[in-house]
Design a protein. Structure first.
Length: 100
């Protein structure tokens, strides 16, 4: 149980670091950032900056430890879910950076 929980915490730390760096670098003058885009690449809705950048780390800080504490999952499952969250967050940050 120690290894999955450690992997979960590492994933959360990576996501929080990504958001902290993005907070300073991506569109520093904007108060709202896009959360979703349509097929033409136009933002469809947005949230205030802290909520936009904090959504995935908060989601991961709830889901990953709960998943790690269940005995039915192995460490590779935690690693896979953490990697998927990190890749999804990276894509979101990439799209936000490109929107400027």
């Amino acid at each position: 149980m120690i290894v999955p929980l450690t992997m979960a915490l590492a994933g959360i730390a990576v996501l929080a670091t990504m958001s902290a760096i993005a907070y300073r670098r991506i569109a520093p003058g904007k108060s709202r950032l896009a959360m979703q885009w349509n097929l033409r690449g136009e933002p469809t809705w947005s949230l205030p900056r802290p909520l936009t950048l904090g959504f995935t780390p908060v989601l991961a800080s709830i889901a990953l430890p709960l998943l790690a504490m269940t005995r039915a999952v192995d460490a590779w499952v935690i690693a896979s879910v953490a990697a998927a969250l990190i890749l999804g967050h990276a894509l979101h940050l990439f799209l936000l950076a490109r929107l400027r």
